[in-house]
Each structure stands twice: as C-alpha cells, then as structure tokens.
Design a protein around this ligand. Structure first.
Ligand SMILES: [Zn+2]
Length: 273
C-alpha cells in the first residue's frame, strides 16, 4: 500500500521535525506548537510528535512519562539533562520511509533510538501490537543517555529490556524466565564477562539480550550487594569517575557470583506460587 506521505510531504514533515529539534535544543521549556505534526504533546521530558491522534496511545504515553521516575527510583539515575523527541507513526511504511530518508545509514529496525552529539535524543516507533514495549524500550535508552555520559552496551540493553515490560510485569512473570530457568537448573548461563566483550549492537543476538536482562534482574532482585554495586557503578559514570568493569566490582563483593546468578534464575518466583 502507498505510504500516507509522498516524498515531498515527507520532506516537509521532516523539516518541521528538524525545526522542532532546534527549538527543543535551544529551549527545553518549549511547548507544542500548533500546526506542525498532526498531534503533538509534551509528556515530562518527552516531546511526542505523531501523524495520528495521540489519544489512541494514551496509556503508553503515561507509562513512558513515568519511566523517568522508575529509573530514578530503581537505579538512582538522575533526571534527563535534555528533552527527548518521540516521533510516532501510524503506519510501518511511513516510519520506514522517514528513517530511510533522514538516517540512510541506520539499520532498519522495528523501533529506533538515535542520538548524535549535536542534538537531543530521538525515538522513532510505529503502531503495531508491540508498540508499547518498543516505546518503553527505546525511551529507556533515551533517558539513560540523557542522564549519563555513557552506558556499556550490554548493560544499556539489559536495562532497556527490564523497563520495556509494563511496571507490574518487571519483577515476576517476565517471558525471558521461560528460556533461562531450565538452563540455569543444569548450571548453564552466560557469565557477565562474556556480555562485556560485546562491542557492537549487531553482535547482540537473542541470547545476549536475554542474559543482559537476566543480569540486570539478578542485580535488582537477587542480591542487595549486587544492587548497590550496580547503583554505585552508574553513579561513578554520572560523576565521570572511571567505573572499571562491573564484572570485577561484582566479583569483589560476591565471590560466588556465578552460583548466585544461577540460583536466582532457577528459583526466582512469587512466594505464593
Ligand atoms: Zn535496545
């Protein structure tokens, strides 16, 4: 099917978006301007621009606005230092055409977080059944990078996987457990050092995403010392203090780290189930 916008319309749309980016960069307190995208709204640190009525995704917008507080409460990550633009499309074709036109070197993905050194972060997504998951995942990346000067790749993905679930599904009931639990019961898991060696996003396969999530879940729920080490690690990054390797820091605190991780995956469940 033909996209909603032809190339000329798309360029006009992008020019408006680019204008918004400059505006946001120069004045964070800016509010939506009528007559730009069909619908626009400020939600906390996010400035959402959509080619459809944002009322359709009200719940996702509220959850996305709450993410900032979730990150602060859980990881003690500070507030974002800049606004984040959210570009939302009704149709996949429009989303793909838009990204291809303005970010031709970016690999095509279902949703994207893009940030260059000159401007605020941008999240792109389109409506489909996993829309809310995609938006929470990419917006978690955006919030982390708006608050911290860097985040190790695997940890960035692990934290985004953790917060992509709705708040009531983060601690229990995550679908990742299904694939991890039986392996853990026979003593099989990826150690944290193997994740730290992954240097490119293209090398993050499904297993790497699963174990990145699992290590984050373990640190947050499996052991108080691991949780405080993760928080201290992120605080060092925020303070621009060289943080060292998280694996080394965790092993110093928890000599039997791998066994504790395996045991967490094998046994974690609601106490009433
Ligand atoms: Zn991601």
């Amino acid at each position: 099917m033909a996209p909603i916008f032809d190339r000329r319309q798309l360029m006009a749309l992008a020019a408006i978006a680019a204008g918004d980016l400059c505006r946001v960069a120069s004045a964070q307190s800016t509010s939506s301007r009528a007559g730009t995208w069909p619908d626009e709204r400020q939600i906390g640190s996010f400035l959402a621009h959509a080619d459809f009525d944002l009322g359709k995704v009200e719940r996702t917008l509220q959850q996305t606005g709450a993410l900032r507080w979730d990150l602060e409460r859980t990881l003690h990550v500070g507030p974002p230092r800049e606004a984040i633009n959210l570009f939302l499309f009704e149709r996949e074709e429009t989303f793909r055409a838009y990204v291809r036109l303005y970010f031709p070197d970016v690999p095509q993905r279902r949703a994207l977080y893009i940030k260059n050194s000159r401007g605020p972060g941008m999240v792109f997504a389109h409506l489909h059944k996993e829309f809310a998951v995609d938006v929470r995942h990419e917006c978690t990346h955006a919030l982390l990078h708006a608050a911290l000067p860097m985040v190790p790749l695997w940890l960035d993905e692990g934290i985004a996987e953790y917060f992509e679930a709705p708040a009531d599904k983060r601690v229990y009931d995550n679908e990742h457990f299904g694939k991890l639990r039986w392996r853990a019961k026979v003593g099989s898991a990826k150690n944290i050092e193997s994740l730290e060696t992954v240097a490119e996003l293209s090398k993050m396969g499904a297993a790497e995403y699963r174990y990145a999530w699992a290590w984050v879940h373990f640190m947050l729920h499996g052991d108080d010392a691991a949780r405080s080490e993760l928080i201290a690690f992120l605080a060092d990054i925020a303070a621009q203090t060289p943080p060292g390797k998280l694996s080394r820091r965790l092993r110093r605190r928890l000599p039997n780290l791998d066994n504790r991780f395996l045991s967490h995956l094998a046994t974690w469940r609601r106490s009433d189930s």
